[in-house]
Design a protein around this ligand. Sequence first.
Ligand code: ZN
Length: 335
Amino acid sequence: MPATVTVWEKDPALAARIITVPAPDIAKTPLAFHLIPSLGDNPPKAVEFRYWNAAATLRRAADFWAASSQPPVKWRGGQVMDVFLDRGEALNSEYDGVTLSFYHGSTAGHPTLVVYSGESPDLLCHELGHAVLDAIRSDLFEADELEVKAFGESFGDMSAVLCAMQLPTFCSFVLAEILGRDFWSSSSLSRVGQQFGSALRLVKPADADVDCLRNAWNNHFYIDPAQLSQVGLADAIWANAHSFSRIFTGAFFEALSGMLSVRAGTSLEPETLRQVSDDMRDILVGATRRVQLVPRFAAEIAAAMVEESDKYDHGYPNVFQGVFVRRNILPQAIS
Ligand SMILES: [Zn+2]
């Protein structure tokens, strides 16, 4: 095993953003992994890169969630989760309740440009988010209602954003990128799955935002699922868990910006971003553990987050309440 490995920070589309980190111990518990196929002798360079990229990203993401105030102690299926690094040809990645699977694919217009979903830390952390949610609340993972399924998709995207915020180098990069702008703006942090999104958009235009798979910086508002159309375009919310998930993820990213203002005002440092991402993780896990599985689920989890946030900073509840009300996720307070 090498002492160090070189991996993407967040997404292959950010081609200059690579880091060298200690080789990860994927067999470490809690939340261990078994990567399939294992790395044989003298693998091709690209295969070796993708293996260590997945191993280091999943280890970092699992360690992040395992450090939460009410952590999952094992996967739903046990201590070790199987991860299939390349299960065949498809523009897809999935968590099926037991294993994580990643694929490779290309588009008709660009047959030589092959996208490996398991090469993107964003997609790795998204799928791991599904597994973490399942480990915490398997009833939420199993539920069929659109609002609950959408929360699962949102949990995955929130996992991608929060795990990227664990890297001081990436936080510095994002702060330089948004210099002079609000944190609540489109950035390399908010754009989840840029490379995969650019491929998927060519095949299924309604399934990817214009600049990535799903942008956490958005202005989508809650709509009663009963009023949604069954099909739609990428810029609208329609009756699809991925599409609908952007409402909650948008509120999450807006709340993250508000939390940063509470903690640090306008002088943001990489360390502040990491601290606030830890707070957000703990608020999210705490609320997820206690939330009731009810028909208006988005409002229920939002209310639980408002309440939970007070444990971490008395300035947080106003931030969450304001964002969730603005997005029509929570009703206006009766004065
Ligand atoms: Zn998903």
